[in-house]
Ligand binder design. Sequence first.
Ligand SMILES: [Zn+2]
Length: 326
Amino acid sequence: MLVRKIYAYSGVCLAINAVVLAQGCVVTGHPAGEAQWGRSDSSASLEQVIEQPGPVEVETIAAASWQVPLEGMLNLDHPKARAAGLTSSEQPIEIYFHALRHPTRGLFIVDTGVEHALQVAPERAAVRGFVAKLAKLSTLEVKVDLKTWLARQEQPLSGVFFTHLHLDHVLGLPDVPDTTPLFSGPGEARAHGLLNLFTRPITDRAFEGHAALGEWQFQTDPAGRFAGVLDVLGDGSLWALHVPGHSPGSTAYLARTPRGPVLMVGDASHTAWGWEHEVEPGTFSTDVEQSAGSLSALEGLVKRHPSIDVRLGHQPHGQPIVVATP
Ligand SMILES: [Zn+2]
Protein backbone atom coordinates (compact mmCIF):
# COMPACT_ATOMS: atom_id res chain seq x y z
CA MET A 1 0.00 0.00 0.00
CA LEU A 2 2.83 2.36 0.88
CA VAL A 3 3.99 1.61 -2.62
CA ARG A 4 0.89 3.23 -4.03
CA LYS A 5 0.84 6.07 -1.61
CA ILE A 6 3.70 7.74 -3.42
CA TYR A 7 2.10 7.23 -6.80
CA ALA A 8 1.41 10.91 -7.19
CA TYR A 9 5.11 11.58 -6.94
CA SER A 10 6.20 9.09 -9.53
CA GLY A 11 6.01 11.33 -12.57
CA VAL A 12 9.77 11.52 -12.65
CA CYS A 13 9.71 7.82 -13.47
CA LEU A 14 8.21 8.64 -16.85
CA ALA A 15 11.32 10.54 -17.79
CA ILE A 16 13.45 7.44 -17.49
CA ASN A 17 13.83 5.51 -20.70
CA ALA A 18 11.91 2.34 -21.41
CA VAL A 19 14.90 0.05 -21.20
CA VAL A 20 15.71 1.17 -17.68
CA LEU A 21 12.06 0.82 -16.73
CA ALA A 22 11.86 -2.70 -18.08
CA GLN A 23 14.95 -3.74 -16.17
CA GLY A 24 14.61 -1.66 -13.05
CA CYS A 25 11.03 -1.96 -11.92
CA VAL A 26 10.73 -5.39 -10.34
CA VAL A 27 9.62 -5.50 -6.69
CA THR A 28 12.94 -6.95 -5.51
CA GLY A 29 16.07 -8.51 -6.95
CA HIS A 30 16.27 -10.87 -3.96
CA PRO A 31 16.57 -14.53 -5.04
CA ALA A 32 13.18 -16.17 -5.53
CA GLY A 33 12.26 -19.65 -6.71
CA GLU A 34 9.73 -22.43 -6.35
CA ALA A 35 8.65 -23.08 -2.77
CA GLN A 36 9.63 -26.50 -1.52
CA TRP A 37 6.69 -26.52 0.89
CA GLY A 38 3.01 -26.98 0.13
CA ARG A 39 0.88 -29.42 -1.81
CA SER A 40 -1.45 -28.14 -4.50
CA ASP A 41 -5.03 -29.16 -3.81
CA SER A 42 -8.64 -28.21 -4.52
CA SER A 43 -11.01 -25.82 -2.76
CA ALA A 44 -13.36 -28.83 -2.60
CA SER A 45 -10.83 -30.64 -0.35
CA LEU A 46 -10.48 -27.53 1.79
CA GLU A 47 -14.24 -27.14 2.17
CA GLN A 48 -14.61 -30.77 3.19
CA VAL A 49 -12.54 -30.18 6.32
CA ILE A 50 -12.89 -26.43 6.84
CA GLU A 51 -15.35 -26.60 9.72
CA GLN A 52 -13.57 -29.39 11.57
CA PRO A 53 -11.56 -28.02 14.51
CA GLY A 54 -7.83 -27.93 13.76
CA PRO A 55 -4.56 -27.61 15.68
CA VAL A 56 -3.36 -24.10 14.71
CA GLU A 57 -3.71 -21.18 17.13
CA VAL A 58 -3.97 -17.75 15.48
CA GLU A 59 -3.10 -14.46 17.14
CA THR A 60 -3.50 -11.20 15.22
CA ILE A 61 -1.16 -8.43 16.33
CA ALA A 62 -1.63 -4.74 15.50
CA ALA A 63 2.01 -3.70 15.13
CA ALA A 64 1.39 -0.06 14.20
CA SER A 65 -1.30 2.43 13.30
CA TRP A 66 -1.07 4.70 10.29
CA GLN A 67 -3.13 6.80 7.90
CA VAL A 68 -3.59 6.20 4.18
CA PRO A 69 -5.89 7.52 1.42
CA LEU A 70 -9.26 5.80 1.05
CA GLU A 71 -9.08 5.70 -2.75
CA GLY A 72 -6.12 3.32 -2.48
CA MET A 73 -7.98 0.88 -0.27
CA LEU A 74 -11.40 1.10 -1.88
CA ASN A 75 -12.53 1.42 -5.49
CA LEU A 76 -14.43 4.71 -5.24
CA ASP A 77 -15.73 4.22 -8.80
CA HIS A 78 -17.70 1.16 -7.68
CA PRO A 79 -21.46 1.88 -7.84
CA LYS A 80 -21.86 1.04 -4.13
CA ALA A 81 -19.08 3.46 -3.15
CA ARG A 82 -20.65 6.17 -5.34
CA ALA A 83 -24.09 5.52 -3.88
CA ALA A 84 -22.64 5.88 -0.40
CA GLY A 85 -21.06 9.19 -1.41
CA LEU A 86 -17.56 8.06 -0.48
CA THR A 87 -14.81 10.43 -1.53
CA SER A 88 -11.06 10.74 -1.17
CA SER A 89 -10.02 11.05 2.47
CA GLU A 90 -7.34 9.86 4.88
CA GLN A 91 -8.31 6.75 6.85
CA PRO A 92 -6.84 5.36 10.05
CA ILE A 93 -5.50 1.84 9.55
CA GLU A 94 -3.55 -0.82 11.42
CA ILE A 95 -0.48 -2.66 10.20
CA TYR A 96 -1.11 -6.23 11.29
CA PHE A 97 0.80 -9.46 11.39
CA HIS A 98 -0.60 -12.83 12.43
CA ALA A 99 1.14 -15.42 14.60
CA LEU A 100 0.33 -19.06 13.80
CA ARG A 101 1.25 -21.68 16.39
CA HIS A 102 1.22 -25.29 15.22
CA PRO A 103 1.73 -27.99 17.89
CA THR A 104 4.48 -29.84 15.99
CA ARG A 105 5.61 -27.51 13.18
CA GLY A 106 6.25 -24.46 15.37
CA LEU A 107 5.67 -20.73 15.18
CA PHE A 108 4.96 -18.92 11.89
CA ILE A 109 3.95 -15.39 11.02
CA VAL A 110 1.78 -14.09 8.20
CA ASP A 111 3.35 -10.76 7.11
CA THR A 112 5.86 -9.02 9.36
CA GLY A 113 4.60 -5.88 11.12
CA VAL A 114 7.34 -3.28 11.55
CA GLU A 115 11.04 -3.45 12.43
CA HIS A 116 12.65 -2.33 15.69
CA ALA A 117 14.96 0.20 14.01
CA LEU A 118 12.03 2.23 12.70
CA GLN A 119 11.60 3.68 16.19
CA VAL A 120 15.04 3.52 17.77
CA ALA A 121 17.31 4.19 14.77
CA PRO A 122 15.19 5.39 11.83
CA GLU A 123 18.32 6.28 9.86
CA ARG A 124 19.18 2.55 9.78
CA ALA A 125 15.66 1.27 9.02
CA ALA A 126 15.04 -0.40 5.65
CA VAL A 127 12.53 2.33 4.82
CA ARG A 128 14.19 5.70 5.28
CA GLY A 129 14.93 8.99 3.60
CA PHE A 130 12.97 10.17 0.58
CA VAL A 131 10.39 7.38 0.46
CA ALA A 132 9.80 7.51 4.23
CA LYS A 133 9.03 11.20 3.86
CA LEU A 134 6.74 10.78 0.86
CA ALA A 135 4.82 8.04 2.62
CA LYS A 136 4.42 10.25 5.68
CA LEU A 137 6.01 7.56 7.79
CA SER A 138 6.27 10.09 10.59
CA THR A 139 2.52 9.55 11.15
CA LEU A 140 3.10 5.83 11.70
CA GLU A 141 2.74 4.94 15.38
CA VAL A 142 4.51 1.73 16.41
CA LYS A 143 2.71 -0.40 19.02
CA VAL A 144 5.03 -3.39 19.01
CA ASP A 145 7.95 -4.05 16.67
CA LEU A 146 8.75 -7.54 15.46
CA LYS A 147 12.11 -7.85 17.27
CA THR A 148 10.49 -7.03 20.62
CA TRP A 149 7.59 -9.40 19.92
CA LEU A 150 9.87 -12.27 18.82
CA ALA A 151 11.99 -11.89 21.98
CA ARG A 152 8.88 -12.63 24.06
CA GLN A 153 8.11 -15.90 22.26
CA GLU A 154 8.98 -19.30 23.72
CA GLN A 155 9.93 -20.85 20.38
CA PRO A 156 11.94 -19.74 17.36
CA LEU A 157 10.29 -18.57 14.17
CA SER A 158 9.81 -21.46 11.71
CA GLY A 159 8.67 -19.47 8.69
CA VAL A 160 7.14 -16.30 7.26
CA PHE A 161 4.14 -16.43 4.93
CA PHE A 162 3.62 -13.17 3.02
CA THR A 163 0.19 -12.15 1.77
CA HIS A 164 2.13 -9.98 -0.71
CA LEU A 165 5.29 -7.87 -0.86
CA HIS A 166 4.04 -4.28 -0.65
CA LEU A 167 6.20 -2.30 1.74
CA ASP A 168 3.72 -2.19 4.62
CA HIS A 169 3.88 -6.01 4.69
CA VAL A 170 7.69 -6.37 4.63
CA LEU A 171 8.56 -3.55 7.07
CA GLY A 172 9.30 -6.03 9.88
CA LEU A 173 11.43 -8.36 7.74
CA PRO A 174 14.80 -6.96 8.96
CA ASP A 175 13.91 -8.38 12.42
CA VAL A 176 13.32 -11.91 11.04
CA PRO A 177 16.32 -14.24 11.61
CA ASP A 178 18.31 -14.66 8.38
CA THR A 179 17.80 -18.41 7.99
CA THR A 180 14.00 -18.35 8.48
CA PRO A 181 12.21 -19.73 5.40
CA LEU A 182 10.20 -17.06 3.53
CA PHE A 183 7.22 -17.65 1.25
CA SER A 184 4.97 -15.59 -1.03
CA GLY A 185 2.60 -16.06 -3.92
CA PRO A 186 3.90 -16.68 -7.46
CA GLY A 187 5.32 -13.82 -9.51
CA GLU A 188 5.30 -11.47 -6.55
CA ALA A 189 9.04 -10.70 -6.36
CA ARG A 190 9.48 -10.01 -10.08
CA ALA A 191 6.23 -8.14 -10.66
CA HIS A 192 6.93 -4.96 -12.63
CA GLY A 193 5.73 -1.48 -11.76
CA LEU A 194 6.89 2.11 -12.06
CA LEU A 195 6.79 2.69 -8.33
CA ASN A 196 9.25 -0.12 -7.78
CA LEU A 197 11.93 2.29 -8.95
CA PHE A 198 11.47 3.98 -5.57
CA THR A 199 10.55 1.03 -3.41
CA ARG A 200 12.92 -1.64 -4.71
CA PRO A 201 15.95 -0.34 -2.77
CA ILE A 202 13.86 -0.51 0.41
CA THR A 203 12.47 -3.96 -0.32
CA ASP A 204 15.98 -5.19 -1.22
CA ARG A 205 17.32 -3.80 2.08
CA ALA A 206 14.52 -5.53 4.01
CA PHE A 207 15.41 -8.86 2.33
CA GLU A 208 19.19 -8.41 2.69
CA GLY A 209 20.93 -11.46 4.18
CA HIS A 210 17.73 -13.52 4.23
CA ALA A 211 16.92 -16.89 2.70
CA ALA A 212 15.68 -17.04 -0.89
CA LEU A 213 11.96 -16.39 -1.25
CA GLY A 214 9.92 -19.53 -1.97
CA GLU A 215 6.95 -18.88 -4.24
CA TRP A 216 3.86 -21.07 -3.78
CA GLN A 217 3.37 -23.38 -6.75
CA PHE A 218 -0.37 -23.05 -7.21
CA GLN A 219 -2.16 -25.13 -9.81
CA THR A 220 -5.63 -24.54 -11.19
CA ASP A 221 -8.26 -25.20 -8.53
CA PRO A 222 -10.19 -28.22 -9.91
CA ALA A 223 -13.33 -26.79 -8.29
CA GLY A 224 -12.77 -23.48 -10.11
CA ARG A 225 -13.34 -21.21 -7.13
CA PHE A 226 -9.85 -19.81 -6.59
CA ALA A 227 -6.81 -19.14 -8.77
CA GLY A 228 -5.13 -21.88 -6.72
CA VAL A 229 -5.36 -23.71 -3.40
CA LEU A 230 -2.42 -25.16 -1.48
CA ASP A 231 -2.18 -27.28 1.67
CA VAL A 232 0.83 -25.49 3.19
CA LEU A 233 1.99 -27.97 5.85
CA GLY A 234 0.54 -31.12 4.26
CA ASP A 235 -1.78 -31.90 7.18
CA GLY A 236 -4.81 -29.83 6.16
CA SER A 237 -4.33 -27.36 9.02
CA LEU A 238 -3.16 -24.34 7.01
CA TRP A 239 -4.18 -23.40 3.48
CA ALA A 240 -2.88 -20.81 1.03
CA LEU A 241 -5.44 -19.35 -1.39
CA HIS A 242 -4.21 -17.54 -4.50
CA VAL A 243 -6.22 -14.31 -4.76
CA PRO A 244 -4.45 -12.20 -7.43
CA GLY A 245 -5.44 -8.65 -8.34
CA HIS A 246 -4.18 -6.43 -5.55
CA SER A 247 -0.80 -7.79 -6.66
CA PRO A 248 -0.02 -10.75 -8.95
CA GLY A 249 0.92 -13.11 -6.13
CA SER A 250 -1.58 -11.97 -3.48
CA THR A 251 -2.32 -14.87 -1.17
CA ALA A 252 -4.88 -15.36 1.62
CA TYR A 253 -4.32 -17.94 4.37
CA LEU A 254 -6.89 -20.08 6.16
CA ALA A 255 -5.97 -21.77 9.45
CA ARG A 256 -8.07 -24.46 11.14
CA THR A 257 -8.05 -23.68 14.86
CA PRO A 258 -9.63 -25.44 17.86
CA ARG A 259 -12.37 -22.77 17.73
CA GLY A 260 -13.01 -22.93 13.98
CA PRO A 261 -11.51 -21.55 10.78
CA VAL A 262 -9.66 -18.22 10.66
CA LEU A 263 -9.22 -16.51 7.28
CA MET A 264 -6.48 -13.90 6.81
CA VAL A 265 -7.41 -12.12 3.58
CA GLY A 266 -4.44 -9.73 3.37
CA ASP A 267 -5.14 -6.75 1.12
CA ALA A 268 -7.78 -8.61 -0.89
CA SER A 269 -9.87 -6.40 1.43
CA HIS A 270 -8.15 -3.64 3.40
CA THR A 271 -11.23 -2.12 5.01
CA ALA A 272 -14.27 -3.19 7.03
CA TRP A 273 -16.56 -1.22 4.69
CA GLY A 274 -15.10 -2.91 1.63
CA TRP A 275 -15.63 -6.37 3.10
CA GLU A 276 -19.18 -5.61 4.31
CA HIS A 277 -20.22 -4.11 0.96
CA GLU A 278 -18.14 -6.43 -1.24
CA VAL A 279 -16.24 -3.54 -2.83
CA GLU A 280 -12.71 -4.31 -3.95
CA PRO A 281 -9.56 -2.24 -3.20
CA GLY A 282 -8.77 0.78 -5.39
CA THR A 283 -5.64 2.45 -6.71
CA PHE A 284 -3.22 0.44 -4.56
CA SER A 285 -4.06 -2.59 -6.72
CA THR A 286 -2.34 -3.83 -9.86
CA ASP A 287 -5.58 -5.11 -11.45
CA VAL A 288 -8.82 -3.83 -9.92
CA GLU A 289 -11.07 -6.11 -11.98
CA GLN A 290 -9.10 -9.21 -11.06
CA SER A 291 -9.09 -8.15 -7.39
CA ALA A 292 -12.90 -7.88 -7.53
CA GLY A 293 -13.04 -11.51 -8.68
CA SER A 294 -10.70 -12.61 -5.89
CA LEU A 295 -12.70 -10.71 -3.25
CA SER A 296 -15.88 -12.31 -4.55
CA ALA A 297 -14.28 -15.78 -4.23
CA LEU A 298 -13.33 -15.07 -0.59
CA GLU A 299 -16.77 -13.62 0.24
CA GLY A 300 -18.36 -16.71 -1.34
CA LEU A 301 -16.26 -19.02 0.82
CA VAL A 302 -17.38 -17.18 3.96
CA LYS A 303 -21.04 -17.24 2.87
CA ARG A 304 -20.85 -21.02 2.47
CA HIS A 305 -19.07 -21.31 5.84
CA PRO A 306 -20.30 -18.49 8.09
CA SER A 307 -18.29 -19.80 11.05
CA ILE A 308 -15.12 -18.45 9.41
CA ASP A 309 -13.47 -15.71 11.49
CA VAL A 310 -12.24 -13.16 8.92
CA ARG A 311 -9.17 -11.01 9.64
CA LEU A 312 -9.08 -8.04 7.23
CA GLY A 313 -5.98 -6.42 5.75
CA HIS A 314 -5.86 -3.19 7.72
CA GLN A 315 -8.97 -2.63 9.85
CA PRO A 316 -11.05 -4.41 12.47
CA HIS A 317 -14.64 -5.29 11.58
CA GLY A 318 -17.12 -2.49 12.18
CA GLN A 319 -14.62 0.34 11.66
CA PRO A 320 -16.52 3.11 9.85
CA ILE A 321 -15.18 5.16 6.95
CA VAL A 322 -13.96 8.56 8.10
CA VAL A 323 -15.77 11.12 5.94
CA ALA A 324 -13.65 13.94 4.53
CA THR A 325 -14.36 17.32 6.07
CA PRO A 326 -15.14 19.93 3.40
ZN1 LIG B 1 -1.27 -3.37 3.00
